[in-house]
Design a protein around this ligand. Structure first.
Ligand SMILES: [Zn+2]
Length: 313
C-alpha cells in the first residue's frame, strides 16, 4: 500500500484512442488563422495523472485553437492502463522510461516506450512550443523544468507560475522529450517546458496542471481566456526564482540512503554537508545554500537520479 492517497478519479481516456491524425491518442486541431504549432502532452509517465485530467478536459471541452495548430496527446497510455492500486508507482512505465529514450530513437532496439516515442516523434518535431505535463513521486512544491537553455527560462517566466523554475540538463541515463530536436538547440526558436505539478495523485496537482496549461495556451495564442474553463487560472505568485542545477546525483547500484529526510527545494546552508551515502560513498553539498531539487525519499533502481543540487541564480 502507499502513503500517498489518491484524491481524484482517473479519467477514462478510451474515447480519445482513435485520434484524428493516424496515431492513437493524438489529436491535431487546426485553425484557419496562421500561428504556431502548440503541443500539450500528458502521460509521459503512466501514473502522472493530473496532466491526463487536463488533456481529457480540453478534448471534452472541444477546444479549437484560435490560430495555428494545437496538438493534444497522451504519451504512455500502455503504462497508464496498467495502473494497479496496490502497486501505484509501477505504472510509471512498461519496459523503460519514456522520457529517457529520445537519444535512441534511430538506434536499433525495441520497447513499448521506444515504439511509442517513434510514433509521437513527428508530432513533437512539428511543435514549435511544447508543454509536457508531469507530477512527482513525493509531495513537493510544483516545479517548472525549463531545460538547460535561456529560452526555456524566458518562456517559464512568461508563463508566470509556479514560483520555482529549474534550469537543468536532464539525466545522464538518456534524453528527455523536452530536449529533443529544436527544443535542445540554442539556435532554434522552438521551446519546450516540463511542469512537475506536485504529487501524482493530489487534487492540488490537478489545479496546478490546469493553471499552467491555461496560461500556456493563452500565452502561445492558441486560446483566449474565455475559451477555457473559468476556474482553471489561479492567482500568480508575487515572484518566481530560477534554480540552476549544477549536479545530478544518480545512484550507482540503487543503494542510496539519505542521512535525513529532505523535502523538495530544501536549502542546505553549509557546503560540505553530508546528504547521504551511495553504497559507502558520501554525497556532500558542493556549496553554501545548496537547493535540493526533487530528492527521492524512496528507493530507486540503479542509475536513477536521486537528487539534483542547484543554486538560486
Ligand atoms: Zn514524469
Amino acid at each position: 500500500m502507499t502513503e500517498h492517497p489518491i484524491e481524484f478519479e482517473f479519467p477514462d481516456i478510451t474515447p480519445w484512442r482513435a485520434g484524428n491524425a493516424g496515431t492513437e491518442f493524438v489529436h491535431v486541431l487546426e485553425s484557419t488563422e496562421p500561428g504556431p504549432v502548440v503541443m500539450v502532452n500528458a502521460l509521459t509517465h503512466g501514473n502522472e495523472v493530473s496532466g491526463a485530467i487536463v488533456v481529457d478536459a480540453l478534448l471534452r471541452h472541444g477546444l479549437k485553437p484560435r490560430r495555428g495548430t494545437l496538438i493534444l496527446s497522451f504519451a504512455n497510455v500502455a503504462a497508464y492502463v496498467s495502473f494497479d492500486k496496490d502497486r501505484p508507482f509501477k505504472s510509471r512505465m512498461v519496459d523503460e522510461d519514456f522520457n529517457r529514450v529520445w537519444s535512441r530513437l534511430d538506434q536499433p532496439g525495441d520497447s513499448v516506450e521506444l515504439r511509442r516515442a517513434r510514433q509521437l516523434r513527428p508530432f513533437v518535431e512539428r511543435a514549435d512550443l511544447l508543454l509536457d505535463l508531469h507530477s512527482m513521486h513525493d509531495d513537493c512544491v510544483p516545479l517548472m523544468l525549463a531545460g538547460p537553455l535561456q529560452k526555456g527560462v524566458d518562456l517559464a517566466r512568461r508563463v508566470g507560475t509556479p514560483i520555482d523554475i529549474i534550469r537543468d540538463k536532464g539525466h545522464p541515463s538518456g534524453r528527455r522529450m523536452r530536449d529533443h530536436g529544436g527544443f535542445g538547440d540554442p539556435d532554434s526558436p522552438k521551446v519546450a517546458l516540463l511542469i512537475e505539478t506536485g504529487q501524482h495523485w493530489r487534487a492540488a496537482s490537478v489545479a496546478v496542471a490546469k493553471d499552467v496549461t491555461a496560461r500556456f495556451l493563452v500565452l502561445t495564442g492558441a486560446a483566449e481566456p474565455a475559451d477555457l474553463p473559468v476556474d482553471w487560472q489561479q492567482k500568480l505568485p508575487p515572484a518566481q526564482r530560477v534554480v540552476e542545477v549544477t549536479h545530478a546525483v544518480a545512484t550507482r547500484q540503487g543503494n542510496f540512503t539519505f542521512v535525513k529526510r529532505h523535502n523538495g527545494q530544501d536549502i542546505v546552508a553549509e557546503a560540505g554537508t553530508v546528504l547521504g551515502h551511495d553504497d559507502d560513498t558520501p554525497i556532500v553539498t558542493p556549496y553554501d545554500n545548496c537547493v535540493l531539487v526533487m530528492p527521492s525519499n524512496h528507493r530507486v533502481r540503479a542509475g536513477v537520479t536521486i537528487v539534483r543540487m542547484g543554486r538560486v541564480v
